[in-house]
Design a protein around this ligand. Sequence first.
Ligand code: GCO
Length: 449
Amino acid sequence: MALRRFPEGFEWGAATAAYQIEGAWNEDGRGLSVWDTFCRQPGKVFNGESGDVACDHYHRYRADVALMQQLGLQTYRLSVSWPRVLPFGVGEPNEKGLDFYDRLVDELIGAGIQPCVTLYHWDLPQALQDRGGWANRDTAQQFADYGTVLYDKLGDRVTRWVTHNEALITIAFGHLFGVLAPGIRDARVAGPALHHVMLSHGLAVQALRAARPDAEVGITHANTSYEAVDDREESLAALELARDFNTRAYHDPIYGRGYPKTVLAWYESQGGALPIQDGDLDVIAAPTDFLGVNLYSRQRVKADPSVSVGYRNAPPTLPVLDMGYEAAPFALGDFVRWVSAEYDRPKIYITENGVGDDTPKVDGEIDDHLRIDLLRGFLTGLHAAIEDGCDVRAYYVWSLLDNFEWAFGYGKRFGIVHTDYATLERTPKRSAGFYSDVIRQNAVDDDGT
Ligand code: GCO
């Protein structure tokens, strides 16, 4: 197979998130997050599992960084647990919590791995949720103040910051469908929460510019490459509605376009009008340095006037993966082309892309060839999009380790490294070797598509 070489200086990394890997849920002064609460509600998480222990990264971070170095990672995307740093979300920082991230950053830099720090990967302090959480406008400024605590402590070494991970999921899954923390199912709450999450991003960008003017900052969104089931006018209109609600709602304001009218109208119709105040949209549109793209699949959509948003997802036509979405490796390149054209070719980091594949360990080996095949396909499509002029500079595979997959508990494995949850032993999978080769060559062997 031909080798597709990535541009000189392209960066290769892996991503994780605090609640999914750290454990130590009640150690060294960490406060409660909405996920600690959610996991303790019967029926919310598969098998009643939680991130209490997870991968115990809090205690094993040195060995994990050594593993990253062994794999050849050039950069590593982590998230900070807000309640570990500010147990009640505000007030005096918990020095032991800050010290963990201080040591982790030093370990990464000592290993020649550039940290990329996400401020928020869904673990809101429960104390703030008790005061309304994202539906309370105060949380937006409290988020920026939390960011300043990190910028001050880590900003002399961390130069790449992500404000939010997947605001869509925070809002849709956490506040509309109720299937993720905080488990709310109320559009009257979700609308204000959406706006305050976006406002908090803008305030956190402003705070970074004040504290660390030389750093780079962006936001990471959950994405799907949407396609119409056919080229009938109603289907094409359904496609644009899907993009409005799932993509433009979270990207347009960042790029100074405000919210899509369809989204504003829908939330108003549901009693959850977005409480936009004068100046808010300018704050949200504070210039950013990159766009973080997370993507796992594509979704075909069709018109359906019987539902309030006017479209619905169409049945799959490709093999369906363990996570319930289609095996569609072409989706990454397709979406990168679309988002580049839609938003005037921003600098892009692929901040998450990977495969849920539960291939077991047999005789000490994990032969996860499905993950390798799909990663090869994703990267082939990404390379083609870069060749077509998209400005993609880095790729973070999700994930370094098998970890806590939210409501799926430990039932879904996304790591290129296997985690034995009984012993917490890490075992690189076959895909880890594949990925190390990609990093070393800065190239992927073409998947022939
Ligand atoms: C997400 C989250 C990750 C998930 C990953 C696999 O994109 O949903 O950022 O925390 O674990 O995507 O589903």
